[in-house]
Design a protein around this ligand. Sequence first.
Ligand code: ZN
Length: 188
Amino acid sequence: MLLEIVKYGDPVLRQKGERVEEITPEIKQLIDDMLETMHEAHGIGLAAQQVGKALQLATVDVTDVEDRPSRMSLGGEPVKPEDYMPLVLFNPEWTAVGDKKEEGPEGCLSFPEVYGEIERPEEIDVTATDENGEPMAFRCGGLLARAIQHEWDHLQGILFIDRMDAFVRTELKPEFDAILAETQKALD
Ligand code: ZN
């Protein structure tokens, strides 16, 4: 079932997600619905907050992005990221590998049509629980690392505008304000 994507200004986007300890039938349904919603919206990531649920759950799929490469490795062995997509991440955590950071353009399904440059660690180690309740651990870089960091932020109630430098944020402010006004009208 397609879910409605929550837009900037909705308070749920500022809520930290609760940990998910058990994959119940309701959670399984939510995973299916989030994957369908993410794909339909042509997004590469979706957090539970973006469909109105403050939970530690995000989906990611970078398969269809050809112009921005992703890397992934398991136990030190490089693998094809597309073989592991879509990713379903419960209670994810990450740490940066080395000090390399990279600037790149980012968008967000909760901010239609807004794109801004954001600097983030280029390579990260990720741990999470998968859709079967099994632990997973992998290293990733490029777009996949960026997408996972963006989704992790959502799970903490952090939005990509918080990560933009002041200049970019000021430049985009009229667009943020327009989304905010729409959201508030819809919530009233
Ligand atoms: Zn987002």
